[in-house]
Design a protein around this ligand. Sequence first.
Ligand code: MSP
Length: 497
Amino acid sequence: MSYYITTPIYYVNSDPHFGHAYTTVMCDVLARYKRLNGENVKFLTGTDEHGQKVAQSAIKFGVEPQVFVDQVSLLFRNMMDALNISYSDFIRTTEDRHKRGASALWRELFERGFIYFGTYSGWYSVRDETFYNESELTQEGLAPTGAAVEWIEEPSYFFRLSSMQEKLIKFYEENPNFVKPGYRYNEVKSFVKMGLGDLSISRSKLKWGIPIPNDETHVMYVWLDALTNYISALGYPNLDGDYATFWPASAHIVGKEILRFHAVYWPAFLMAAEIKVPQQIFAHGWWLVEGEKMSKSVGNVINPLVLINDFGVDYVRYFLCREIIFGNDGNYSRSSFINHINAELVNKIGNLVQRTLSLVHKNFGGVVPYDNFDKEEILEFAHNIVVSYCKAMDNMDISHAISYIVSLAEEANSYIDKHAPWRLPVGNDMKRVLYTLLEVIRHIGILLQPIIPDSACKILDFLSVPREERTFKYSGINGALKTCQLPNFYIIFPRIQ
Ligand code: MSP
């Protein structure tokens, strides 16, 4: 089975921040999960490099736009490497392959009669790269997002979005899982039911963009340009190769503020061009700081690289996945960061690994005490945890999936306390208890791989689990440990002071 997952492509007007790191890590976790499930995964991320916002930033820094976007796009790539992101492709909208795809989609829409020429007059927010109606503005005359708006009046091409309203509603009704979580689906549907006006899709006063086919005095509206990345990265307009394998996408993961673009405009463009629409749009919430969205413009941004430098990549990944129920908003605080790590990774999982391996090394010279024992109840529990975890992951309920791993570690810690293997004579009972614990740890290691890949790898290395036996297929008795000599181990989860 093939699985295609995407992040939004990020604006390169300024450095990457915590919010960008968040979406990217969530997608990475899902991509890794699917790979471990044996699926053929394509995971796309990249940068959105055109538009007025980026052009203005280049001017502010006094460099040519292309030089500027080259620099900032590289910072995003570096952030992804620092976060251990397993993306399979990184697309930049200034690449030729993307320009080709976006121009082809434009032509397709034009030839099918969905584009006409007119004049746009209305409000525009550069920060949001969004057109707003008068009625959408706040009393202070700002965009609903709080961004400043400016009045623009210019010749423009329009997309006949209004003609797609009925088709979209029918599509939502037939595909209730198209937008997740469910309450977002309802929001999208009501928005479309309220009526759709046509959408301005070109800018004539801006130079930094993809020229419109047959009219070089306009560039494409940055959102039409950007959304096309999801197919241009697959080789569109070429319909074989990756496009044939991976389109329609399995899931576009986006922040809730850009849901409308993905769940309304994007399927409308695609339907008009008679291209299949993606299977699902998942809208996640925001990281807040003292109740306000973490964003560059507010100036309350946490730099993920500083956190990684302070705590290591896996602690950062764990916190991102664990703190917020995927879909909801959540607050960033250093104390909750430290609490989650110390309470779960250090006290529950790290401790279990440490205690068990010390006893195996002390009493059996590090040889797995395997002896075809009757299965202990806790192993049944571990096998069931794998099922629950996969169910949660399939629903993109990442924090919940982690809570299953934590509960398995809790169960194992009670088991170790109850049986107190350190008090048993070196013999069969001790062997059985330690072997059972090693098996539980093997399961924990397998399940942790999508979340904290490096640490999970160390755990599985401590157990000498062969690299090719680390997929979910090997959970349960399929991959049960056999007797072998284990390597030396060390503390994987140091406590944060
Ligand atoms: N370029 C557009 C997306 C085009 S996709 C075809 C864009 N870029 S962005 O740089 O502003 O990135 C927005 C994304 O960053 C959000 O959708 C979200 O995924 C992430 N976040 C930015 N700030 C965030 C928080 N404070 N919290 C969580 N994620 C947020 O929009």
